[in-house]
Design a protein around this ligand. Structure first.
Ligand SMILES: CSCC[C@H](NC=O)C(=O)N[C@@H](C)C(=O)N[C@@H](CO)C(=O)O
Length: 726
């Protein structure tokens, strides 16, 4: 009986996952205008899981739109699969396009090409290796990657790996003396020197440099950014943009010394904004010292430069400030500063929580920009007027979900919208300037949304109560999202409690494959944005470091007990799952509330912060979240290790009775797999049922198509097994 039930549930999970995995996500969108200004083209790039090929397939779509009186979709192109495109960027005039193509040979060695296309054909194709001046061109990695046309359309600006000298063994036969010794001789004995890279998922990114490609000459110049005023700066460069008139480049520079910390998901790394003049090659720092900056953008008239900034070190993601640099005077002004929740809760503007501005983000007024920003448990479109320093929310309250601004040009805005029951779809809007100098948007759906039936969701607001209100941040509110199956059955669905990772991130009302899948399998899912999550004010974020393992655990448990008290769920059919810091919280929840959860699943869990310190690419995280101020010269002492252990789930493993399934990415550099092994051994030592899955070739997210699919079905199987047993 029980086995049949498990088999049936597993088979059902496979079918449900296969169906939902076809939902594509949009990665880029661009509005363009042909010669005929009445015709507008929207080009979008999508990514879709292909389980049979076990890869994410990329494809493009086009919508052809008339906007005579209103926006009307005249035609849609069929999806076209994009093979091997790393970048695809149209020139400012629309007459040219550059594609960076990466082709793998049978021997799996990768070749890259710079392709220049006009509207008829491919004009140029350059083998990057033949330039012999830099390594691999960086992709759109969200931190370094850049590909920009100069306004003149004669040059390209991109980021590539710095060229490395050739190396050879000490024992290599020396060349004949008459051979050409002018070439750089290979360095002997350097083959095995450790080259520091930028951590998790950036293992091939060690030293990015800025490159300017002359299209006519088909030659590249690597910019020297080592001399900042009179100091020698060994830095990694990225996020580069042309200055007005193409006379220089503005870029973000990360110091490589004293050592590199993991960069992905960590926009608090110490860096600065620099300007290099292409004629004099002088390099000057634009931004304040000891800050973390990102996403520089010039106004269309070139008079102002804006960028996002927050404190360095400390919580890895926090409230960002919008800084304006007057280009003529280089004077800096804070346009939007830190925002706090205080007594008003999350209803008022909580501050800017975003990794970047859209590539094009300005209205034609040269002073209003549009961007997406996390606001509580959703993502809204906000406008920021840099003249009046005012912020406004653009999307209607009724549409609670995730709005992503993809492109803004000629007072048109392209965005995608999604929510837990609706995969992302495109909306094109016209910006309408109102009398109060703010904007409204008239939207047109470019596609009919493919809503998934049987799923409903709502946002709940929580305030710490009772025993859980003992900490001195108990005035701060926090949210959860309850995603529920809408089946007519009067059987109460089992509840999955799901704390997010980070901890300074947020789960938002997006379309999430696992959550939709669990819901279609009959589970309700409670996604908890505990205090310390982004999108709820800087005071909320600052409340958590030093209190992990208690405050966040109490918030998740408090939300779960509140929801169960409403009577819609059976308190004997509650399970818990989480990844990374969410796995950390899962361990705490089953250790501190041992009889509350029937089963648990952890993905790459942080188990023992003390033992993680020496092997993670984010040692700063171990200090900061344990409440210890960090800088890169700090060395942990006994008391530091004690504090880290005290805050870790391993401290409570002796009280765990809940069966646990651990899923590990074998090449995870963020939370090394040995963390999961440590917990697995401790559970087995205490005769607690434990199952461990190790996914070779997977990093911290475990998001390779086959691994992600396998993990989902194993999760459903694990929960079914332990909810079926008495
Ligand atoms: C975007 S939040 C994660 C930022 C944090 N980075 C630096 O400190 C981090 O990687 N934390 C992990 C321990 C973690 O919980 N990661 C989350 C979110 O990426 C996860 O679900 O993997």
């Amino acid at each position: 009986m029980e086995t049949d039930k498990i088999e049936e549930a597993t088979s059902n999970a496979v079918d449900i996952y296969k169906g939902l995995a076809c939902s594509p996500s949009v990665t880029r969108g661009e509005i363009s205008f042909g010669d005929n200004t009445s015709l507008t083209t929207v080009t979008s790039i999508w990514s879709q899981r292909d389980i049979e090929r076990s890869e994410n397939v990329k494809f493009s779509r086009s919508h052809y739109i008339s906007q005579e009186n209103h926006i009307e979709v005249l035609a849609r192109s069929a999806p076209t699969e994009l093979k091997s495109e790393v970048w695809n960027v149209q020139s400012p005039s629309g007459k040219l396009r550059v594609i960076i193509r990466s082709v793998k040979s049978d021997k799996q060695d990768e070749k890259q090409y710079i392709e220049i296309w006009n509207t008829q054909n491919k004009e140029k194709n350059i083998d990057v290796k033949s330039l012999d001046i830099h390594g691999k061109i960086y992709d759109q990695d969200g931190h370094f990657g850049t590909l920009q046309w100069s306004k003149s359309e004669k040059f390209l600006l991109y980021v590539a790996e710095k060229k490395q000298p050739k190396t050879e063994s000490f024992f290599e036969k020396k060349p004949e003396s008459n051979s050409d010794s002018s070439k750089d001789p290979p360095l002997r004995g350097e083959e095995h020197v450790f080259r520091e890279m930028w951590g998790e998922q950036f293992v091939d990114k060690c030293h990015p440099v800025l490159c300017v490609f002359d299209i006519e000459a088909a030659t590249t110049r690597v910019l020297d950014t080592t001399k900042v005023l009179n100091t020698e700066m060994d830095m990694s460069a990225g996020q580069a943009i042309w200055t007005p008139g193409d006379s220089g480049v503005v870029f973000v520079g990360w110091t490589n010394e004293p050592f590199k910390l993991g960069l992905i998901y960590c926009p608090q790394r110490r860096n600065a904004l620099y300007h290099i003049d292409l004629e004099s090659t002088t390099c000057t720092q634009l931004s304040e010292k000891d800050k973390s900056v990102r996403s520089p953008r010039f106004t269309p008239d070139g008079k102002k430069l804006v960028y996002l900034q927050n404190a360095t070190y400390g919580p890895h993601m926090t409230c960002a400030n919008l800084i304006e640099c007057d280009w003529a005077s280089k004077n800096l002004t804070t346009i939007v500063g830190d925002c706090f929740q205080g007594e008003d809760g999350i209803s008022k503007f909580p501050g800017i929580y975003s990794l970047e501005f859209p590539t094009r983000c300005w209205a034609t007024d040269n002073k209003t920009l549009f961007m997406s920003s996390t606001w509580g448990s959703k993502v809204d479109i906000i406008s920021i007027n840099i003249e009046t320093k005012t912020v406004a929310k653009l999307n209607e309250d009724a549409e609670v979900g995730v709005w992503t601004v993809l492109d803004v040009t000629r007072d048109m805005i392209l965005a995608s919208y999604a929510n837990p029951s609706t995969p992302p779809y495109l909306r094109l809007g016209v910006l309408n300037l109102k009398e109060d100098a703010t904007y409204s948007i008239t939207w047109t759906q470019l596609d009919t949304p493919s809503r998934i039936s049987g799923i409903k969701y709502k946002i709940n607001t929580h305030t710490p109560t009772g025993e859980k209100a003992k900490d001195h941040f108990s005035n701060l509110k926090y949210e959860s999202i309850l995603v529920t199956p809408t089946s007519e059955s009067n059987v109460k669905p089992p509840l999955v409690v799901y704390p997010h990772g980070g901890p300074h991130s947020a789960i938002v009302c997006d379309f999430m494959l696992y959550i939709a899948g669990l819901c279609k399998c009959g589970y309700a899912v409670l996604l908890v944005n505990y205090r310390g999550s982004t999108g709820a004010g800087k005071d909320s974020i600052d409340s958590l470091p030093g209190n992990v393992g208690t405050q966040d655990v109490n918030d998740v448990q408090g939300a779960a007990e509140e929801i169960i008290k409403d009577g819609n769920f059976d308190k004997n059919r509650v399970v818990v799952m989480g990844g990374s810091h969410g796995g950390f919280l899962t361990g705490h929840l089953i250790g501190q509330h041992p009889k509350f959860y029937r089963a648990a699943v952890m993905r790459n869990p942080a188990i023992n912060v003390a033992s993680m310190l020496g092997s993670t690419d984010i040692p700063d995280w171990c200090f900061v979240e344990a409440g210890i101020e960090y800088n890169q010269s700090i060395l942990a002492g006994v008391e530091d290790y004690k504090k880290m252990w005290e805050r870790s789930p391993i401290k409570y493993v002796k009280d765990v009775t809940t069966p646990v399934m651990i899923m590990l990415g074998a090449i995870d550099l963020r939370v090394p797999p040995k963390q999961g092994h440590e917990y697995y051994r401790a559970l087995k030592a205490n005769n607690v049922e434990a199952r461990m899955l190790v996914y070779e070739g997977n990093c911290h997210p475990i998001n390779k198509v086959d691994a992600e699919a396998d993990a989902f079905v194993n999760i459903v199987k694990w929960f079914t097994k332990h909810l079926s047993s008495p």
